[in-house]
Design a protein around this ligand. Sequence first.
Ligand code: C5P
Length: 412
Amino acid sequence: MKILLGITGGIAAYKSLELTRLFVKTGHQVQVVMTSGAKAFIQPLSFQALSGNPVRDSLFDCHQEAGMGHIELARWADQIVIAPASAETLAKLRMGRADDLLTTLCLATEKPIMVAPAMNRLMWSNKATQENVQILKQRGFEVLDPEEGKQACGEVGAGRMPEPQAIFEHTMNAQQQRQHLEQRLLDVRAFWQNRSILITAGPTIEDIDPVRFIGNRSSGKMGFALAEAAQKLGANVTLIAGPVQISSPPTIKRIDVRSADQMFHAVQQHYAGKDVFISAAAVADFKVAQKSVKKIKKQAQEEGLLLSLVKNVDIVAWVAEQENKPFVVGFAAETDHVLEYAKEKLKRKKLDAIIANEVGEGAKGFESNRNCVTLITKDGLQAFEEASKKQLGFQLLDAISSLGFNKTSVCN
Ligand code: C5P
């Protein structure tokens, strides 16, 4: 692995000599970049001797830039490790500043960046530093929290840089995990490539008269996230969407509908030949028996208005009954007894799998950008941690691909 090791100003800089040695000893290439603060603590020559490469410290040095420019250096690295990372460097990274070589490199790369902060305990616990660290974590930086103990300044508390062996092991584990994830993504892509998938999403609307309707609170975000993830994984996606204000990429074949009847007709036209059908739409269970052509006048309804409702077709159950049906995945949005009701639905509707999620007050489900779901089949269940609907789209398709289905269903 090619490791770009950033050293910033802190007494812990001496520990990074050992870190450099550990990387080099295990066959990794190391290029060291030092800030001016780091050079106040330790000589560049020591890092040069251990890494076998000249140490880079300046953004505007013609000689150095002629060898390997800063953009080239950013491209060269597979992994950036900043150890020790000073409070100042953390703040600069958070701000996106580029006033020295190290911070410029970090702006000019998409490679993983790991930071090992080291500083006085009060500097570490300061709200400013903590906020900077939180934001860096959210942006995907990996932060190795400092250890507690006696500090070089004589105080005792959290702020010591972890030992070189721990940073080394962490870097190696992170690399292994990334490789594993990349391989998994390739496998999932290979699975979905050219498979065809039909997804319904959003609410349906049942008109009462030309002005009023019965609707529900589905935002369509989960179904759209699944459709987008499937399209990114190489599947041919047909999306049947109830009335929502969400755009979808042109490569997704999209059919917009309004009522449950319209959704049913669209599904009837498009389910044949599909590998998978995911019914994420919140289809209305009932429609108005006699839709009024004219606006119903309230003056004419002295006793109140009694609406007669009739059942809509259960679309997902209908697909599950068809010969040559795709692999059928339903959703169960429930306010309580979520898993129990979802399992009952899986059986009753003869689905191959069902995705259960809690909705209602305090739950993520409807309207939110995040969700918390459980995938259930007759063989067991897989709970997913709360995540954005976009992330869950990928995770669910990954999990569905592991269910080992062919064109013909494996369940029921
Ligand atoms: O019975 P319930 O509406 O809770 O079931 C939810 C699942 O059934 C979802 O996958 C939903 O898309 C699907 N459904 C359907 N047609 C209906 C009602 C629900 O496809 N009329």
